[in-house]
Design a protein around this ligand. Structure first.
Ligand SMILES: NC(=O)c1ccc[n+]([C@@H]2O[C@H](COP(=O)([O-])OP(=O)(O)OC[C@H]3O[C@@H](n4cnc5c(N)ncnc54)[C@H](OP(=O)(O)O)[C@@H]3O)[C@@H](O)[C@H]2O)c1
Length: 166
């Protein structure tokens, strides 16, 4: 099983200036619960957007994709293509491999994945990184859970799961 995990605003924005725009701890918790114990595949820019003290993300096999020949990411595995990232992950005994972004990597890997965990943020943000549209003849919504809005999670959000239609 290969899955994408992503949080997307109303206008398909996922980030700006190589950072996340919104603060939604409930989504960070969801991300941690889903990905812990698994391989995570990330583009170099998304990896560098994680504060240094939090990377590599603990209790996960971190696989970073870059075209740079001498790129170093201590504690992570560095590869030079999406195909090699997937091969590396498949060579572990992982049951679900997670592609965690960013925009370039999502765009290039959407056709390779079986499932998308998509946290929909019901708000419009200005940004420069986008998630592709999921076409409804290719993707079936299989789960939809309303997120709880509270003091710490101010934006309305839903946790959606899509499975690829065979
Ligand atoms: N909302 C969310 O859930 C979410 C999740 C993740 C990220 N984001 C956001 O997404 C943004 C980052 O996305 P991004 O598109 O700028 O960058 P990215 O996809 O994280 O990384 C792009 C980099 O990956 C490497 N790369 C891409 N395709 C490759 C290929 N086919 N073969 C080898 N290397 C390849 C290149 O690295 P080199 O330049 O080193 O060669 C490229 O510059 C940030 O704003 C971040 O906050 C949002």
């Amino acid at each position: 099983m290969i899955s994408i995990i992503v949080a997307v605003a109303n206008n398909n924005v996922i980030g700006k200036d190589n950072t996340l725009i919104w603060h939604l701890p409930a989504d960070m918790k969801f991300f941690k619960e889903k990905t812990t114990g698994h391989c995570i595949i990330t583009g170099r820019k998304n990896y560098e957007s994680i504060p240094e003290k939090f990377r590599p993300l603990p209790n996960r096999t971190n696989i970073v994709i870059t075209r740079q020949k001498d790129y170093s990411a201590p504690g992570a595995i560095v590869v030079d293509s999406i195909e090699k990232a997937l091969l590396t992950a498949k060579n572990t005994d992982d049951t679900e491999i997670f592609i965690i972004g960013g925009a370039e990597i999502y765009k290039q890997s959407l056709h390779l994945v079986d499932r998308v965990y998509l946290t929909k943020i019901h708000h419009t943000f200005e940004g420069d990184a986008f998630f592709p549209e999921l076409l409804n003849f290719e993707w079936k919504l299989t789960s939809n859970t309303k997120g709880i809005v509270d003091e710490k999670n101010k934006f309305e959000h839903d946790f959606l799961t899509f499975e690829k239609i065979a």
